[in-house]
Design a binder for this molecule. Sequence first.
Ligand code: BG6
Length: 470
Amino acid sequence: MENEKNRTKLRYRFPSNFWWGSAASGPQTEGAAFTDGRKSSIWDYWYSNEPECFHNSVGPEHTSNFYHQYKEDIQLMKETGHTSFRTSIQWSRLIPDGVGEVNQKAVTFYNHVIDELIANDIEPFINLYHFDMPMCMQEKGGWESREVVEAYVNYAEHCFRLFGDRVKYWFTFNEPIVPVEAGYLYDLHYPNVVDFKRAAQVAHHTIVAHSFAVEAFKKINAAGKIGIILNLTPSYPRSEDTADVKAAHIADSFFNRSFLDPVTKGEYPEELVQILRDRDLLPVVEATDLEVIKNNPIDILGVNYYQPRRVKTKEEPVPKEAPFMPEHLFDPYIKPDRKINPHRGWEICEEVIYDIMMDIRDHYGNIPFFISENGMGVEGEAKFRNEESYIEDDYRIEFIQEHLKWVHKGIQEGANCLGYHLWTFMDNWSWTNAYKNRYGLVEVDITNNFKRTIKKSGRWYKQLSENNGF
Ligand code: BG6
């Protein structure tokens, strides 16, 4: 009754059955890195060699302890209004040697998590890969190797067979461009390669692995939908000047359409192919690759949106001998009056989420999608703890509201958006940034046994979900 009353006052009401939830990943939350048979991923390996590369030298071995606390955490999901939740299976936990024997203890763990979510009316969304290559597979060449592509598809098939009776929403990869950029272009993640041609090979093999996994999913005839989660960063030109517009278009073909087009339309953007062909940078493509990409479009798209990319035409020519980087074709541009998240340094531009929605509606067949990540990272968030000992994160509530207004408008105008997932449920470990930037609806106190406390945003999120709007 109370909800009914509230609903009539809502300014932004969402379609019935709209998903309200959050996203996380196995490596960032489970902890228990070497418990019950799990073996190293590239993250464990890299940390053991170079702990100083991680914020405050905090590594991936004890991330938030979800492995042991999943029951309590799922209760907290309920308390924060979740109707759906995405996490990922760790390949290095399920099949510790990459191929071969399935770890039964891992099967038990993931079964428990899935069953517990369902028992609490929270729809599980399962992702298969979140930057976490098993180290034994990296030793075989990682995504540069065809053998690893096959091993990944085998791993995916195991997941579909083991959990497909209950999981209805599957995702092959989260932000597959990140390992390409961070691991093979910009020297940010292990294996710290800087080589465009190798990066292109990694990207192509990831897309092939994705397409074979979608094909396997359809062959197994698993119920449910399969898709991929892409971080879309639309490129905006500095001005309407032809050169700036062209620069933005090129940036978009490298950073968005490189993945979006093959997984939805079944082909790479011709313009991107041409740029690479002209520079002899095309990856090795096997005979049936383009066919498998063509024949396996996704059912559903996850859109991670944090910030736009702004570009301008290249101002200084690049020396001829410089090894190719996409930035040889455009310059980054900083919009002088941009709004910024001062706690993370990223631009906040809410209406971009609407532009993405319109682009999917108009240029990608209006395929079903959902906002699979959006969120606000805050460094030093403990300073916002109030007298009642919970974090008063009004800035996060405002951030979500301002984005949701545009999501609502996009839906009104016909975009096929099925839900909204915040990054993230509870503060988690985030790669080299470790626990620096906090994004959760629930605080995790890493100095106090990973104690969980719901933030103000978590309380508000429950009302948002119950009212199906605000
Ligand atoms: C997202 C990733 O893009 O950004 C997450 O999918 C990551 O895995 C999140 O944790 C936040 O990143 P950061 O660097 O702000 O901690």
